[in-house]
Design a protein around this ligand. Sequence first.
Ligand SMILES: *C/C=C(C)/C=C/C=C(C)/C=C/C1=C(C)CCCC1(C)C
Length: 238
Amino acid sequence: MEHLKIASDNYVAFTFFIGTMAMMAASVFFFFELNNTSPKWRTSVLVSGLITFIAAVHYYYMRGYNLETGDSPTFFRYVDWILTVPLMCVEFYLITKKAGAKIGLLWKLIAASLIMLLTGYVGEVLNRDASVLWGVLSGAAYFYIVYLIWFGEVATLAQNAGPQVAKATRVLAWFVLVGWAIYPLGYILGTPGGLFGVQLVADPQAAAHAMDIVYNIADAINKIGFGLVIYALSRKED
Ligand SMILES: *C/C=C(C)/C=C/C=C(C)/C=C/C1=C(C)CCCC1(C)C
């Protein structure tokens, strides 16, 4: 039996490890706080915990996979996202529901996020030679989500849902605009098409490593940060 150690300069394995720990801790926090949460906000805080819990299980797996093979766990990365990103859409729906959000809005957000992720997967795995094209398609779906949240139905509903919900939605909108924009950066670093043909990291292995580190940092910011915004909202308004 070979003993696998995380070398102190192995930042990929290290961020997978820290990511696992952070997602686990966040999940325990959200789940235990459910007891002190007013019934009105319990589902939202529960969904925050589900997002970090699903990520924790994937990170535990991805950490071991990366340590044992040295490769990027791309397939399970996308399985994680396909489960957790639609749940983030559910959060937008839940907090704007009292202002009249319709289920159709939820489906629009989920459909756009699935298109964004499936085209990203095609560009990363199935059709890497055309990674720029798939990245652009994915980006279009991403901008549609940004539009809905900043200027579309989500923005309008949030304005009518009281000052606290409006404020929290604005913070979540910043997460989507800035926090989610970290992902395309990882994609540009790690796919052969680079930034419209400009390769930022030439060595393929270094490029894959850069992509994993960027994705791991983005996941910690977005999943835990997003959940904490919902948690803070649940404390302010009851
Ligand atoms: C918890 C996981 C989250 C919030 C994942 C979000 C992922 C994205 C916003 C990915 C977006 C992409 C693009 C906009 C273009 C390139 C391909 C992707 C899939 C990396």
